[in-house]
Design a protein around this ligand. Structure first.
Ligand code: ATP
Ligand code: MG
Length: 244
């Protein structure tokens, strides 16, 4: 079943055409990738899906609801099913690890403090961080650990759809590989659809079930085997250039 359906979406800022009539769908419980060069409109697309950016033309259905004309109540209900890790999203530097993971639970639930702490510790464990890291502050963490804490924070509310914008950017190859493994693990143990914006060929090859390549239009839609068989020059070039 499809959880997101985008139809004939066009977006432009002034003369800058970012999306030219794009259509695609995301199936429930898959890891779906949005690929494309810098400025291809990947982040804008995700922001439109999560209702942070306006839809200028076309339609986006999320969980069966058309979001371009939706009531406030309905949009709030849908937003509760989302979690995201933004491209340059950071942890709160003045909160320790466990407080960072608890932020949304404190803000949006009435759960008692001790239960919130329990949930936070459970999520700390799920993302593979030791209990001993719970009281550290972001400045005391490595890049890979920060990503793990951000992931723990994102999954703490048990979202239906998790959006990850460049989850491995800025990491060395070994930490990148570990985050890729973690994302697959999360999808296996949690009941989620995951949408990832990425440049990383390891993520594309080993993590994604299916992906689109954006270049104003959608120039590819399929899985990695299909991408390697594609006759589209840009798709071939993309896989070759990043080749590993
Ligand atoms: N609010 C805005 N007003 C005007 N132009 C915008 C706005 N938001 C994005 N753009 C432009 O839209 C284009 C797509 O931006 P977007 O952030 O989606 O790119 P991206 O594919 O995520 O790139 P990157 O890989 O570098 O993150 C860019 O040219 C950007 O400058
Ligand atoms: Mg971006």
């Amino acid at each position: 079943m499809e959880i997101i359906k985008v139809d004939n979406l066009s977006t432009q800022f002034g003369d800058n055409v970012v999306h030219d009539n794009i259509s695609f769908k995301v199936n429930e419980k898959e890891i779906f990738g949005i690929i494309g060069g810098s400025g291809a409109g990947k982040s804008v697309l995700v922001k439109q899906i999560v209702m942070l950016n306006r839809i200028q033309k076309g339609s986006i259905k999320v969980l069966g609801k058309e979001i371009s004309n939706i009531s406030l109540d309905e949009s709030q209900m849908i937003k509760q099913q989302f979690a995201y890790l933004f491209q340059f999203g950071a942890l709160y530097s003045f909160l320790n690890v466990i407080e960072n993971i608890s932020v949304m639970l404190n803000e949006y639930t009435d759960l008692p403090k001790d239960l919130i702490e329990k949930i936070a510790y459970t999520n700390l464990e799920i993302v593979g961080l030791p209990k001993s890291s719970a009281l550290l502050y972001p400045s005391e963490l490595s890049g890979g650990m920060k990503k793990r804490v951000a992931l723990a924070r994102a999954i703490a509310m048990q979202p239906k759809i998790l959006f990850l914008d460049e989850p491995t950017s800025g990491l060395d190859p070994s930490s990148t590989e570990k985050i890729n493994e973690l994302i697959r693990y999360l999808k296996d143990i949690l009941d989620m659809t995951i949408i990832i914006i990425t440049h990383d060929l390891g993520t594309i090859k080993r993590v994604l079930d299916r992906f689109i390549i954006l270049k104003k239009e959608i120039i590819f839609d399929g899985n990695i085997e299909e991408a390697f068989k594609s006759n589209n020059e840009f798709t071939k070039e993309f896989l070759r250039r990043k080749g590993d």
